[in-house]
Design a protein around this ligand. Structure first.
Ligand code: HEC
Length: 110
């Protein structure tokens, strides 16, 4: 029984991670490439800056999602990138979707 529960929990976790990847690749990669900076900071850089500020996963996910709902020059962690590229546009996703993406990013990039 225990095994079944652990297996079930793991499947849900894996599902959330792969959903996060699909959402990221469909909606963010056009601007945020993995390691070449073009029209926006690389996703590696974004995750690095967020992890320096929010080392706990819970804080990272919550704060990134809140910022993405309404990008804001006052609460940005990357003011120089706003100067260079202008503020990231609002994408209109709900908080749950953005949290799934943020969780994927936390787990995937160092
Ligand atoms: C149209 C281009 C574009 C798309 C699409 C885009 N971004 Fe951005 N994003 C930017 C630019 C430009 C910046 C740097 C300026 C800034 O921080 O506002 C940025 C900054 C960020 C930041 C740093 C926030 C801060 O503190 O300033 C995060 C986190 C982020 N993007 C996540 C995402 C995620 C996740 C997605 C997909 C759901 C996404 N972006 C889609 C252009 C984009």
């Amino acid at each position: 029984m225990k095994f079944v529960i652990v297996f079930f929990a793991m499947s849900i976790y894996m599902y959330a991670i792969s959903l996060g990847q699909t959402l990221f690749e469909g909606n963010c990669v056009t601007c945020h490439q993995i390691d070449t900076e073009k029209s926006a900071p690389t996703i590696q850089k974004v995750v690095q800056v967020y992890k320096m500020r929010f080392s706990k996963k819970e804080d990272f996910v919550k704060n990134m999602a809140i910022w993405l709902i309404k990008p804001d020059t006052l609460t940005t962690l990357m003011p120089k990138k706003i100067q260079k590229y202008r503020l990231m546009p609002e994408l209109g996703y709900d908080k749950d979707t953005l949290q799934i993406i943020a969780e994927y990013l936390y787990e995937t990039y160092i």
